[in-house]
Design a protein around this ligand. Sequence first.
Ligand SMILES: Cc1ncc(COP(=O)(O)O)c(C=O)c1O
Length: 390
Amino acid sequence: MRCERGISYQGLNFGSQDYLGLSTHPEVVAAGHRAIEQYGLHSAGSAMFGGNTPPALMLEKALAEHLQMPHVVLFSTGWSAGFGAISGLVRPDDHVVMDALSHQSLQQGAAAATQNVSRVPHLNNRAMRRKLQEIRARDTRNGVLVVTEGLFSMDSDVPRLEELQSICHEFNATLLVDVAHDLGALGPRGTGSLGVQGLLGKVDLVVGTFSKTFGSTGGFMATRSPAVRQFVRIMGGPHIFSNALLPLQAAVVLESLRIVRSEEGEALRAKARENSLALRGAFLERGIQCLGEPSNVVPVPVGDPKVARLASKLVLERGVSANLVEYPAVRVRDSRFRVLVMSSHTPEQVRRAAEVISGAIEEAGQWLKAQPARPSRAEAPAQARLQGEL
Ligand SMILES: Cc1ncc(COP(=O)(O)O)c(C=O)c1O
């Protein structure tokens, strides 16, 4: 069920970030119930002021083990983890160099910390190297933080992280990777892009969220340094000045993480991958090449925002919910559907989604092409005069 402009629509959900369906898994739900019974509903304080509960402490330990990063700081959302880690660690004279498509939480964290923020073209390690070289040629004293993601969720593409980490070390820079969309959903035992690229425990800083694969909301930063952890706990505003993760959330994420790491987790990821490949194949049969690599995110390019808006309306009316992504999330003429696959989708549902979305894009394009060309702004007054309107 989805509501748009006060109208309820019922149909297939291809817009959910609950990638493995863990938010409704019976064991996850039971863990949530137990936590409510045992600890109540509220954390009732920031993590620094009595808000930490036993499930939150157990979650810190379990995540540390999963990521092979011994020190973890929890936040109440993924947004505040990225924002808090960057704005807490970076001082005004430091530099932040970001992949140009980094998430807003990371961009705003950087903007809050320093005016020395640069963006390099998406996934371009060469450009990153040049930028770091340029910064180090004039400043060897201050810190440089390099920011990227484990899986970019508007494009479903992945940086070459090992190369990026070694470029960072070459220039005495620190690498931060936001694993919001890949942790739990991809990689051996759900270790995400870091696991796939053999980098568990090897990058400097990892931030992420529980709001995609882990059945709840919340976020974290992980590090190998106890001093960095302590610094972020105190200087990362949303950790110290915002109420802690609820015991319910922590217990749900903890149980989700147990499943993510289990055989069942492997089977759920395999099913999601099968669905992702089938969906991409079904779009290709209809002449649409989806962007990026197989993941739970399947970006379907549309381009023209007018076609995209109209197609989005048709898609919803025909019983499929898939998010339309427009400016400012992507460039103005790069509108796209961000179709999200879950392990629980059936092959029939996957086929239906591809049929409805590709059909709507085609129909919207044809309808708009058939409309009489509208005069440009410059021509409009002259044309109106001709028609006796002025
Ligand atoms: C890369 C990335 N980081 C952080 C976030 C924020 O996560 P949350 O929704 O848990 O605040 C998102 C959410 O979409 C994201 O895509």
